[in-house]
Design a binder for this molecule. Structure first.
Ligand SMILES: Nc1ncnc2c1ncn2[C@@H]1O[C@H](COP(=O)(O)OP(=O)(O)O)[C@@H](O)[C@H]1O
Ligand SMILES: [Mg+2]
Length: 300
């Protein structure tokens, strides 16, 4: 490219940045992240130093006809009082309470072992958050080893996070929007046998930081924390971690070990999933909010 061409392009970009609707991040951290991301991804469609404009992000999301599994996706059901819904509303309230005390918008959902309800919790939490008027929510399938969320939503499995982490896709091509106005989704994408290196390459942090201004909540589902390190790596890029424990299933040792894995991270609470029907009227989920020091503050 000639120097004149370069200069013209730069002038055009500067003009675009000063237009109404283009927002420049002012915090030093955000600028640093945006610049790093641009350097790593030349194909990106925003100018250096800019975060995304929310309207532009949302209008470019792929509109897809989802066919949600209404047995598990409680809020896609026409019933307003199906079992479990109230517990997710309680969990939502607890998250807002926690947010009064700390910056909290990017939440990692994990658990010690497979099949404890991470995906179930992520999907329903994202839905209950998105049901609130004006609250925009992004659900990300961060379980690159065993992605399930696209099945629960009944939508395309990719392209997704995997392709983004490999610099094969940009934010716009992986973002899906379905029938709920405020709920957006990024699938895991192609299966990856060993995603740990990809998760540590800094691109996940770029993605979350660039999209953070567009969404009120970003809920990230993940792989189990005891057998593999993926979730611990991802926790570095999130504001807080919710640990799911499955009643009568998660061995105590495994739950303790998972808690230890996140000792240096901000564990904001524990969700007790799948309690027995006798206790259901009183407590289907148990949620304990923890302070940064790990001491229980309240129980419900
Ligand atoms: N509270 C629940 N009520 C009913 N089914 C559940 C519940 N929690 C999990 N499941 C089901 O259990 C299975 C495993 O849950 P899943 O969320 O996929 O676990 P994980 O993501 O931890 O591997 C899925 O079939 C899911 O639909
Ligand atoms: Mg899962």
């Amino acid at each position: 490219m000639s120097r004149i061409h370069e200069a013209l392009k730069k002038a055009e970009q500067e003009k675009a940045m000063s237009q109404p609707g283009s927002r420049v991040e002012t915090t030093p951290a955000a600028v640093e992240v945006a610049e790093a991301a641009t350097a790593a991804m030349p194909a990106l469609s925003t100018a250096p130093g800019m975060s995304f404009n929310a309207d532009s992000v949302l209008s470019q999301a792929r509109q897809i006809r989802w066919a949600p599994d209404t047995n598990c996706m409680l809020f896609f059901n026409s019933e307003e009082h199906a079992s479990g819904m109230e517990e997710f509303r309680t969990l939502r309230s607890r998250l807002y309470q926690a947010r009064e005390k700390q910056p909290l918008s990017k939440i990692l959902i994990t658990s010690a072992l497979p099949k404890e309800g991470k995906s179930f919790t992520s999907a329903n939490l994202a839905q209950v958050l998105a049901r609130q008027h004006g609250r925009r929510v992004l659900l990300i399938d961060g379980d690159l080893r065993n992605p399930q969320l696209h099945k629960l939503l009944g939508t395309d499995a990719g392209p997704g996070l995997f392709e983004y982490l490999r610099s094969e896709a940009d934010e716009f091509s992986i973002l899906q929007r379905g029938p709920l106005e405020n709920l957006f989704f990024i699938p895991a994408g192609n299966y990856s046998a060993n995603p740990a290196e990809l998760l540590a390459n800094g691109r996940l942090r770029n993605l979350l930081n660039r999209l953070e201004a567009t969404f009120d909540w970003i809920i990230v589902d993940s792989a189990p924390a005891v057998p593999v390190t993926d979730a611990v790596l991802m926790a570095n890029d999130c504001d807080g971690v919710l640990l799911v424990v499955r009643s009568n299933s998660t061995p105590t040792d495994a739950a303790r070990r998972a808690r230890r894995e996140f000792a240096e991270r901000n564990v904001i609470g524990v969700v007790l999933n799948g309690i027995t029907p006798e206790l259901a009227p009183y407590m289907q989920y148990y949620y304990a909010a923890y302070g940064r020091d790990g001491q229980a503050e309240s129980k419900n």
